[in-house]
Design a protein around this ligand. Sequence first.
Ligand SMILES: C[S@@+](CC[C@H](N)C(=O)[O-])C[C@H]1O[C@@H](n2cnc3c(N)ncnc32)[C@H](O)[C@@H]1O
Length: 209
Amino acid sequence: MAARITASLTFLQHILAEVLRPGDLAVDATVGNGHDTALLARLVGPSGLVHGFDVQAEAIESAGRLLAAVGLAERVRLYALGHERLAEVLPQADHGRAAAVVFNLGYLPGGDETRVTRPETTLAALEASRKILAPGGVIALACYGGHSGGAEETQAVAAWCRSLPFAGWRVARYELINKPGGPIVAFIAHKLQGGASTQNASGVSLATD
Ligand SMILES: C[S@@+](CC[C@H](N)C(=O)[O-])C[C@H]1O[C@@H](n2cnc3c(N)ncnc32)[C@H](O)[C@@H]1O
């Protein structure tokens, strides 16, 4: 079964498939129904590990069912907690080891539309992600402008991404500009190895110019 980031953002899937390797550590910061978690779990393989966060216990339960159904539950640890707590929750040994941290922002389609991600906690989680990211790792975000507060959150994420120093980071933005109901914007923040190397945590070469 093919997992998805969102039907419209296969772009992020391609990047993650390029970056993640068997044995890697990854974080799904917004688990929802677990589709993205399943994608990450597949990419890191049986020797890898995915930590997943969501504030809604129902989402964690739903994701747990999906992961069990597709035989991926053993490589995933799920937390019914806000992603802003991820650095405090992850074992110290995993700090600096995550090859990817993934955010699919907004609300859970088909769920409670008032339980949206919010700029304050998203920005706190992005700062926490910096602490746990491996050199060569990526932070991948999908942002939605169509719901209340979505445009402001996209702007806050864009400003955070822009503030990352060029000496150690490369950040790309990809936008679906013709989507009815508001744009979808993806950001990929790539933390360079040693500030200038071209390889990710798994030794995959990435362009740095
Ligand atoms: C667009 S959905 C994620 C979709 C999910 N990745 C999937 O594959 O089904 C956004 C999710 O973020 C969750 N969320 C909202 N605030 C959060 C927070 N502070 N920390 C973690 N998750 C949060 C919501 O409960 C919702 O499930």
